[in-house]
Design a protein around this ligand. Structure first.
Ligand code: LLP
Length: 421
């Protein structure tokens, strides 16, 4: 459920008509709902009630400072994957002890920053990284809390580009090697193993792969404890999918996911961490865009929008479906026709949807891309020198620009001309 609903013939974000935001901020832009972000965080928090747990928002999904501050105020931890994300989490007031540091290529500089600023744990992804972190920690005179991200070789049944738990993927350490790696960690004075980490992929629409992975983690927990390791925490990653195509999909709910976690891992007595990103932010945001032209092509009509692949890359990158709806509610039974919905970028790949049935729209009509709150703004670029589009946060009947659109001048001034020219 989200808070983007038609009211009085107009799509609203909470109590704000999207036409009002378009008029004030301009299009294209991203619009997020505070109520939906809050609701989604709480769904996870409540799903794990009764277990010692921490919901670490995977901020890669949407990392605007205002969103992070909101999450922090709800008690969220953060899953970060770069020095930049770590700095964002700290800037948003998230205490270090609630930040988990993931990622396959953490640099020594990033490790240093997190050890100095405070960190809950590093999720180690390789043996060279383990040795490097040990050296960094020793040089700072501290002990780094770690988990090992194990690769359980489970098929997450999702898009190949976002599956991470198969043995051929670059992520984690093969689960069979884990006992040896924990043995080595026990010898390293700069590291202290506190748990196990697993993340098998994103946009999962079936709980079975989770059951397989969690069961393997449970077995490993027992094995490592038998070997004398103190496993107190399990980080289960993120990945729960959302219904991008509302008419046709109904992925499992956080409460069902939570029940599975309890069923499989409840008896371990471990503290549970989860790292959801998409489910928290995805349906809490839309991309608002405007029709520039309706173009009649050969055997097809094009809706040419002011939003493009640089603003929302998911359709071009993953063949992802986003529902695209008119902001003015179509009359019941209004005639529909198929349109290819495209942006202005000079690439055929700049296509959001092909032969999508839409009510008849004209120049200047507004449309909303649903489910665009996660992996939308954060993956945007300025390709074709199209400025990064603004982000707007709605809360009840108020809204605020939380990242403004850069001017052409600002963009140009980021470049510098060498002296010799
Ligand atoms: N934890 C780790 C270690 C991850 O790699 C990810 C996502 C998450 C948590 C959060 O997963 P979520 O709950 O959001 O599914 N750009 C792609 C998605 C990439 C996901 C990368 N890792 C997309 O637009 O579909």
């Amino acid at each position: 459920m989200d808070h983007f609903l038609y009211r009085d013939g107009m799509l609203h974000a909470e109590d704000v008509p999207l036409s009002e935001i378009a008029a004030e901020v301009g299009t294209p832009c991203y619009v997020y709902s505070t109520a939906t972000l809050t609701r989604h965080f709480r769904l996870f928090d409540e799903a794990l009630a009764g277990m010692d747990h921490l919901v670490c928002y995977a901020m890669k999904a949407a990392s605007n400072q205002a969103i992070l501050k909101l999450m922090a105020s709800l008690g969220a931890g953060m899953d970060v994957v770069s020095g930049g994300e770590y700095a964002r989490a700290i800037a948003a007031g998230v205490p270090g002890e609630r930040i988990v540091f993931s990622g396959v290529g953490k640099t020594r500089e990033e490790m240093t920053a997190a050890l100095k600023g405070g960190v809950r744990q590093f999720n180690l992804e390789s043996e060279p990284e383990m040795e490097a972190l040990n050296e960094v920690a020793l040089s700072l005179g501290v002990v780094a809390p770690v988990t090992v991200r194990v690769n359980p070789d489970v098929d997450a049944k999702t898009h190949a580009k976002i599956a991470t738990g198969k043995s051929e993927n670059k992520f984690g350490i093969p689960i069979a090697r884990a006992p040896e790696v924990y043995g080595r960690i026990a010898q390293l004075k700069g590291l202290k193993a506190v748990g196990i980490d697993v993340h098998i992929g994103s946009q999962l629409t079936d709980l079975e792969p989770y059951r397989l992975a969690f069961t393997k983690v449970k077995e490993l927990t027992q094995l490592l404890r038998d070997q004398g390791h103190d496993i107190i925490r399990l980080d289960l990653g993120g990945g729960l999918g959302i219904p991008y195509d509302r008419g046709n999909s109904a992925p499992p709910l956080p409460v069902e996911y939570g029940a599975l976690v309890k069923e499989v891992l409840g008896e371990t007595g471990c503290e549970i961490e989860i790292e959801p990103g998409r489910l928290i932010a995805g349906n809490a945001g839309i991309m608002l865009s405007k029709v520039i032209y309706v173009k009649e092509g050969e055997g097809r009509n094009f809706l040419i929008l002011d939003g493009a692949m640089n603003d929302l890359i998911r359709p071009a990158m993953y063949e992802a479906h986003h529902d695209i709806v008119p902001v003015v509610e179509p009359a019941p039974g209004a005639e529909q026709s198929p349109y290819d919905i495209v942006g202005p970028v000079c690439e055929t790949g700049d296509t959001f949807a092909k032969a999508r049935n839409m009510p008849h729209l004209g120049a200047d009509d507004l449309v909303a891309f649903r489910s665009a709150g996660a992996y939308g703004a954060v993956m945007a670029s300025e390709y074709n020198t199209r400025p990064l589009i603004p982000e707007v946060l709605v809360n009840g009947d108020q809204f605020a620009v939380i990242r403004s659109r850069p001017s052409y001048e600002e963009i140009i001034n980021r470049d510098t001309i060498p002296e010799w020219m």
